[in-house]
Design a protein around this ligand. Sequence first.
Ligand code: ATP
Ligand code: AH0
Length: 384
Amino acid sequence: MGKVLTAIGLMSGTSMDGIDVALIETDGETIVRRGPSAGYAYEPRFRDRLKQGLEDAKSIRKRDERPGALAELERDLTLRHAESVKVFLYENNLLRNNIDVIGFHGQTVLHRPDEALTVQIGDGELLARETLIDVVFDMRANDMVHGGQGAPLIPAYHAALARGLSESSEIETPVAFVNIGGISNITFIGAGDGIVAYDSGPGNTLIDQWVEAQAGIPYDQGGMIASEGSVLPELAERYLAHPFFSSEKRRSLDRNDFSPPAATDASLEDGARTLAHVTAAAILQSARHLPKNPATYIVCGGGRLNPVIMGDLGSLAEAAGGRVLAAEALGLNGDSMEAEAWAYLAVRSLRGLPLSYPGTTGVRRPVSGGRRAARPKDALGAQG
Ligand SMILES: Nc1ncnc2c1ncn2[C@@H]1O[C@H](COP(=O)(O)OP(=O)(O)OP(=O)(O)O)[C@@H](O)[C@H]1O
Ligand SMILES: CC(=O)N[C@H]1[C@@H]2OC[C@@H](O2)[C@@H](O)[C@@H]1O[C@H](C)C(=O)O
């Protein structure tokens, strides 16, 4: 085993609901320990600024451009991450001197894999100065340089989790991890080291956009609105016929690839019900391109907390011979898995190990990635 490092991962996902923080101990191959985790929600005004950031980013042609208010947003986003780290260390009685590295995702504001352009705002140097901890950031760029789509990157971590599970539990194989965040993605764990992964459809984004536009609320908590509605087959089909699902090349999605229905398309409840169905059906539709039908789907991300999505996913998977389990059923944490992954990937980056593979992002060969921002030198001896 390589040197075991203590790493913190920071994820601000496409739902833009807040910052997830998680600590793990790992050598970048084996996960030695999954430690504490936490989520720090953005207040509505900051979420609005992030949404405006997506608009400002639309004119970006080179990834270091920061039009509109993006430069200021990047700084404030980074400072919020620094604050989250400080609170996390305090709440968990941890000393910063005992943390070897932070894996910093930042916020995706633009993702156009067809143009080899992906932009995550987040200033790694500033984060290292503010936290006095080494930072690895910008982990998607090198994959794109080598022909990959820059996402998904979590599959390497799913594979490590699966290795741990196969030692300790009796779940039926093959296993697929499904992350239902703003966008959903799926990782198929084949025999040996074979993993196949890609984004699988609109996760919660359409549902969030729909209930926000129609009812002024940020998400359909517990699927309560959807549970009052009915699936509108024509509307569902409009989404499931999207060219993404038949494309040979496209493996990753941007938040803007799908648009929410028009107000006239459905009642609030039927719209939420239909979109929950679309989320589940898109995952199963995408799973058809996997090498085999998964026997077990392990679900993480906020969508697992929507029983309407989970109900549909369960019945569609069952029809294809599979069983759906929430990550918690296997002792995993469905809220912190992405943040854990970014901690894991940071350690892999430090060791020069691959972050992505031809079977995950479509990259030409397995490649590492990430940029390193060292903490200020005079902080090395200081007490955390
Ligand atoms: N209790 C709940 N009931 C229903 N839906 C929920 C609940 N909690 C969270 N969600 C949904 O999950 C979303 C957040 O999921 P998550 O944090 O996994 O996304 P993310 O990490 O931002 O996205 P991505 O994985 O695409 O980067 C929320 O926007 C909401 O739609
Ligand atoms: C460009 C980008 O930020 N993509 C995200 C998004 O959210 C889910 C899905 O789309 C996935 O491809 C990716 O995030 C996860 C963490 C990943 O890279 O594995």
